[in-house]
Design a protein around this ligand. Structure first.
Ligand code: SAM
Ligand code: SF4
Length: 340
């Protein structure tokens, strides 16, 4: 399979990797920093943060997206770290929304800062949001995020997201035995009367969470079994999006329940994405060591297209994660470093 298909209809050529997967989706980490320290994601003391000069500015991010849109990129997600801690984010969103070929811009956020920003982000061009929320209990939220006062702010962010009309709104819940496994049914209930799509995610091992990811691992199959004891679950197509989730719903529910199973049921054969880190590394896979630096070539005025083509060509077939080991993570300390 050639990485690039010819232009036959006047539109941008598609990016197809060595395994025949069409890549139309880029997750952009706009910062490595975060206002929380979720136990499964980041060490409590934080990470060796990137220096300002190392981080792509908004014009540089837009230029990389422009190049890739010319090659077939269509959809974007802004993530981090926590994207809302980066100053003036709506300015970037507006710049990206004006790039020909970009059809959709989504946001992943912990929602702590979302309430006052929701309207501006929507007006700038964010269409939909994923909100991380791992517990509905205040004391647990503070313990998981390692920051006080987290839950009320996240819930205000969620309400604001509904109010300004992001569609769809997905809630990401990282499953942890002994931490939030007894809340699985409560989370599922959120999808019954509100247009919310609650997605359970299996925790993935990184260098900084090895103990937790081994001792607290809970599979999505176990979560679904607990939910099915409450009410019948039927498979449904799920909301629009680019992700690997499989969806179900309660009969007549307004929202859905999704599962993302990187550990128990590998979905890499359906992978449709690449990642851009805050310091301009183009990564073909969340895990592993393959990355192509785009920042310095861009600053030297070089053509980025051959670098993108080469990264696509070497996109691995699948991740090699193994529960209880950091071997397959490629030395990744935290998902916040590559945008999750
Ligand atoms: N700060 C934003 C947030 O929390 O939504 C965006 C970045 S965060 C790295 C993106 C997603 O990765 C979140 O849904 C988070 O729960 C998830 N995540 C982080 N570390 C993880 C891990 N080790 N295993 C599974 N999911 C993880
Ligand atoms: Fe921050 Fe998101 Fe990681 Fe939590 S999951 S520490 S909110 S980047």
């Amino acid at each position: 399979m050639q990485p690039f298909e010819g232009i036959s209809n006047g539109t941008a050529p598609g990016m197809v990797d060595g395994y025949g997967r069409r890549i139309e989706y880029l997750r952009i980490s706009v910062t490595d920093k975060c206002n929380l320290r979720c136990v499964y994601c980041m060490p409590e003391e934080g990470l060796p943060w990137l220096r300002r000069a190392e981080i792509l500015d908004y014009e540089e991010i837009a230029e990389i997206v422009r190049v890739m849109a010319g090659m077939g990129l269509k959809r974007l997600r802004l993530t981090g770290g926590e994207p809302l801690v980066r100053k003036d984010l709506p300015r970037l969103v507006a710049m990206l929304a004006s790039i020909p070929g970009i059809e959709d811009i989504a946001l992943s956020t912990n929602a702590v800062l979302l309430a006052p920003m929701a309207r501006g982000l929507k007006d700038a061009g964010i269409t939909r949001v994923n909100i991380s929320l791992d517990t509905l209990r205040e004391d647990r939220a503070d313990a998981i995020a390692r920051r006080p006062g987290t839950l009320p702010r996240v819930l205000r962010g969620l309400d604001a997201a509904e109010k300004v009309g992001f569609e769809p709104i997905k809630i990401n819940v990282v499953l942890m035995r002994g931490e939030n496994d007894d809340e699985v049914a409560d989370f599922a209930e959120l999808s019954r009367n509100r247009p919310l799509h609650v997605r359970f995610i299996e925790v993935m091992p990184t260098e900084s969470n090895l103990e937790l990811s081994a001792s607290s691992f809970l599979s999505c199959d176990e979560a679904l079994a607990a939910i099915a004891r409450v009410d019948a679950l039927e498979p449904v197509p799920g909301p629009p999006g680019n992700g690997p989730a499989t969806y179900f719903s309660f009969p007549g529910a307004r929202g859905t329940i999704g599962v993302i199973t990187p550990m128990s049921h590998n979905f890499c054969s359906r992978c449709n994405r690449m990642r851009l880190t805050a310091d301009g590394q183009l990564r073909p896979c969340l895990f592993g060591t393959i990355e192509t630096p785009l920042r310095d070539p861009l600053r030297r005025g070089e053509d980025l297209r051959p670098l993108v083509e080469e990264t696509l060509r070497i996109k691995p077939e699948k991740h090699l994660l193994v529960q209880g080991s950091s071997a397959g993570s490629g030395g990744l300390i935290a998902l916040s470093q590559t945008g999750g």
